[in-house]
Design a protein around this ligand. Sequence first.
Ligand code: G4P
Length: 527
Amino acid sequence: MSQLLQEIQRRRTFAIISHPDAGKTTLTEKLLLFGGAIQTAGAVKSNKIKKHATSDFMEIERQRGISVATSVMGFEYKELQINILDTPGHQDFAEDTYRTLTAADSVIVVIDVAKGVETQTEKLVKVCRMRKTPIIVFINKLDRDGKDAQMLLDEIEQKLGLTVCPLSWNIGMGPDFKGIYDMYNKRLRLFSAHGKQEQEDTMEIKDLADPKLDENISEKQADELREEVELVEAVYPEFSVEEYRSGDLSPVFFGSAINNFGVKELLDCFIEIAPSPSPRETEQREVNAEESKFTGFVFKIHANIDPRHRDRIAFLRICSGIFERNKYYHNTRLKKKLRFSNPTAFMASKKSVVDEAFPGDIVGLYDSGNFKIGDTLTEGEDLQFIGIPSFSPELFRYIDNADPLKAKQLNKGIDQLMDEGLAQLFIRSNNNRKIIGTVGALQYDVIQYRLEHEYGASCSYEPINLHKACWISSEDSTALADFVKRQHRLMAVDKEGRDVFLAESAFSLQMIRDQNPKIEFHFTSEF
Ligand code: G4P
């Protein structure tokens, strides 16, 4: 087998997603401990911007520093190279998370057993389902009282639209939590708080009728478990790796991340079933990881936190071939050859320069302002990876120059911050004013702060009452041109010059859609 094929087959690149506080950071840390990537708990600083710091952008600046280090956490486990992509927990940065998901081959969704499916989980899973990303569900905090497992699985199926297939089952919860039955490996694991996942806590019970079960948990619980497992096996579909990998079936695990309980079962099953780097779509053709020529795309750009150096780190997901240090690669948007002398790999919280990297890996490229989110690098072929859309923003403000002497700096700053994907810029057709559209209010403070500190420019905002910005298209070009003309007051163009309709309310949007059946309205920039 070629070195490339071997490296591809031993890679698993995934993201952990959850509503804030469900336990994403805790689970990440436990996984890293298994991989020996960190030695002590608490070593991973979370990328999340704590919920009580919602409008404190100094806190954001501090967190930005941390988040470079935790953007990708790589570790080796049982000879596999595992790359965990970190995603910001704060909902105002949801778009960052959506983009990071494009670089993952699968995801683990963490759900708090007491809270069930929360809003952020719903949104993120929707994005994964759009792309048919394989999903594993981890139900966390079983050491606390929570929702009944079957009700929770119903909720997951309904709210997240997933077809689930439990691979482990809980025995009680909260104070009565006794452990889990691992249905995948037919093993019983007894719960001990802050477990070290000792071998003696685990016993093989191939048949639930085995009296060993009653000896280890109460008779009542043993009977309940027998009944429940029988029911589960009757109600839920049998596990199939193919259906999981095509995004049609989601295995579910139960556990308690903080107690390191159920995590090893999750990890061991994950490495067995999770896909290695999968084929990726470009505008031109599908690219397979095994192709010998290198390709990759930029899914995230991180500005340097030191304002004296305006360089940035572009995060490149390698899709095919071998990426080599100091080799010239083609940026297909800029039609420019670029070379990287210090590509950086991320192993847990350590960074190191790499000479080569393989499909599924993420490398950080130092960039002085060339890159834009979605940029494709190849060995010469003209390709453009797709699947990194912008989402229709929900908050809008006019942005104005507050210092006439610094207009140039302001424009450059806005341009670069938009390329980083911080927010979206629209130019309104009837007055040529710049509108910044975001998914979270926090971004306005971040933009203002960064324009001032990194570009020496100052801006002011003016509120506009808009509901949504949607991209429009039509098969009928006359109808489209006519619509753009008639709706001139509510039209704008985005940074790529595409037509965007600015809806003032949900009601008016619906009315306009009904009145213009030939026009298609899109809520993501890729259609
Ligand atoms: P997040 O990244 O998804 O936002 O969640 P994080 O891991 O930070 O966990 C949120 C809170 O839930 C933390 O408590 C964490 O200790 C707790 N937690 C995680 N897993 C479990 C579990 O299995 N059982 C229980 N009972 N709690 C769990 P915190 O008090 O908010 O933070 P900290 O001070 O402990 O860090």
